[in-house]
Design a protein around this ligand. Structure first.
Ligand code: SF4
Ligand code: SF4
Ligand code: SF4
Length: 335
C-alpha cells in the first residue's frame, strides 16, 4: 500500500480518531482542575476549558429542550448546548456518529472490550440472545424515562436551573468525584465487565446511546451489501463490534450500528460492502469519519466564531462560587 494511503488509513481509523478525542477530553479535564486550583488560590491562572461541559448531559439536555421550546440560548454554559446540538446532528446524519467516532466515555469501555478480546483469544463472551435483547431494551426504557422527564420540564424551570451557580461548577465537582473510592470501584467493575462481555454500559445502559441510536435510524447514510457479489465469507459479521449480522443484511439499518466502518474495511470483495448516501452515492470508508469529525468541528467553529461557545460568567464570579463551599456540599442530585 503506498505510503500516502497508509497514512490516510491510520488517520481515519476508528482507534486513532476516538483516542484523539479521549486524550483531548482528559487534557480538558486536567485544565479544568487547574482552573479550580487557580480559583482556590493554589495555582497560576489557566483559562477555563468549555469543552468539559459535555459531562453534564442532564443539565444541558434540559437547556436544549428549553431552547427548542423558545427559551433562548444559554449564555452561562453555551458550550454544553453546542455539544448536544453537534452530537444530535452527527447521529442524525451518520448513524450514531457521536458514539462511533467521538464519545470519550464509550472509548474507555471499548478499550476494555478490546483488551478482553485479546486476553480471551479473539472475542468477548456472548450472553444468551434473550438476555442481550432484554439489556438493549433496558437502554431504551432508560432513554425514554430520562428524556421523557427532561422534555417535560417547563421553560421557566429550565431557565431557573441554568442560572443556578451550582450548575456552573458542577463539571468541576464531577471530575473531582472521579477520584472518590466508590467511583473508582464502580469504574473498575464496569471495566472488568466490559473486558468480559464488551462495552456493557454502551450496549445495555446508556440512555444517551439509546437516544442517538433512535436518531441514527433516520440517517440517510448506511452500510449497503451487494448480494450479487457477496461471497458469504462472514468477515463483515465477525468484525462488527456491535454484533450486527451484516452478511445477512441488504441495507444495515440495525439500531446498534454506529457507522464504525469495520465491516466495510473487512470485506475482501471490492465494492460489495459499502457506505452509501440514500443507498446510491458511495462514501469511501475513509471519508465517513472525515465527514463526522468535519461536521462536529464545523458546528464548534461556527459557535466559536459567533460568540456562542464561551461562558458569559465573569472569572471573578467563578472564583466566588468555587470558594463559597458549594462544591463541598452534597450534590443536589440533578446536574
Ligand atoms: S452509548 Fe453512551 S457512553 Fe457509549 S458511546 Fe454512546 S453516548 Fe458514549
Ligand atoms: S461493523 Fe458495520 S454494521 Fe457493525 S457497527 Fe460498524 S459499520 Fe455498523
Ligand atoms: S465481508 Fe463482504 S463478501 Fe464477505 S460476507 Fe460480508 S459482504 Fe459478503
Amino acid at each position: 500500500m503506498p505510503r500516502i494511503e497508509r497514512a490516510r488509513e491510520l488517520l481515519t481509523s476508528r482507534w486513532f480518531v476516538k483516542t484523539a478525542f479521549l486524550l483531548f477530553f482528559v487534557w480538558a479535564c486536567w485544565r479544568l482542575l487547574r482552573f479550580a486550583a487557580w480559583a482556590r488560590g493554589e495555582a497560576p491562572f489557566v483559562p477555563r476549558p468549555e469543552s468539559v461541559a459535555g459531562i453534564l448531559p442532564v443539565g444541558h439536555f434540559t437547556s436544549f429542550f428549553a431552547w427548542l421550546k423558545g427559551g433562548g440560548w444559554d449564555p452561562y454554559l453555551p458550550a454544553g448546548l453546542v455539544i448536544i446540538i453537534a452530537a444530535v446532528t452527527v447521529s442524525l446524519l451518520f448513524k450514531r456518529g457521536f458514539c462511533g467516532w467521538i464519545c470519550p466515555v464509550g472509548t474507555v469501555w471499548e478499550l476494555a472490550a478490546s483488551l478482553g478480546r485479546r486476553m480471551m483469544g479473539g472475542s468477548n463472551l456472548r450472553i444468551p440472545r434473550w438476555l442481550d435483547l432484554g439489556g438493549m431494551g433496558l437502554r431504551y426504557v432508560l432513554a425514554f424515562a430520562f428524556f421523557g422527564f427532561i422534555a417535560q420540564v417547563s421553560v421557566q424551570e429550565a431557565l431557573w436551573f441554568r442560572e443556578l451557580p451550582y450548575m456552573w461548577v458542577a463539571d468541576i465537582k464531577i471530575i473531582e468525584g472521579f477520584f472518590a473510592p466508590m467511583f473508582v470501584l464502580v469504574a473498575l467493575l464496569a471495566f472488568v465487565l466490559s473486558m468480559l462481555f464488551g462495552p456493557v454500559w454502551c450496549r445495555w445502559l446508556c440512555p444517551l446511546g439509546g437516544l442517538y441510536s433512535l436518531f441514527g435510524l433516520a440517517s440517510a447514510c448506511s452500510v449497503v451489501r451487494d448480494e450479487r457479489t457477496c461471497i458469504a465469507c462472514s468477515r463483515c459479521t465477525e468484525s462488527c463490534h456491535a454484533f450486527v449480522d451484516v452478511e445477512r443484511a441488504h441495507d444495515v439499518r440495525a439500531v446498534e450500528c454506529d457507522g464504525c466502518m469495520a465491516c466495510v474495511r473487512a470485506c475482501p470483495v471490492e465494492g460489495c460492502l459499502t457506505a452509501r448516501l440514500f443507498r446510491t452515492v458511495r462514501i469511501p470508508a475513509w471519508l465517513w469519519p472525515v465527514l463526522v469529525v468535519g461536521v462536529w468541528l464545523a458546528i464548534y467553529g461556527v459557535a466559536r466564531a459567533t460568540g456562542n461557545w464561551d461562558t458569559s460568567v465573569p472569572l471573578e464570579v467563578f472564583r466566588q462560587v468555587i470558594n463559597s463551599g458549594l462544591l463541598e456540599e452534597t450534590t443536589p442530585g440533578f446536574f
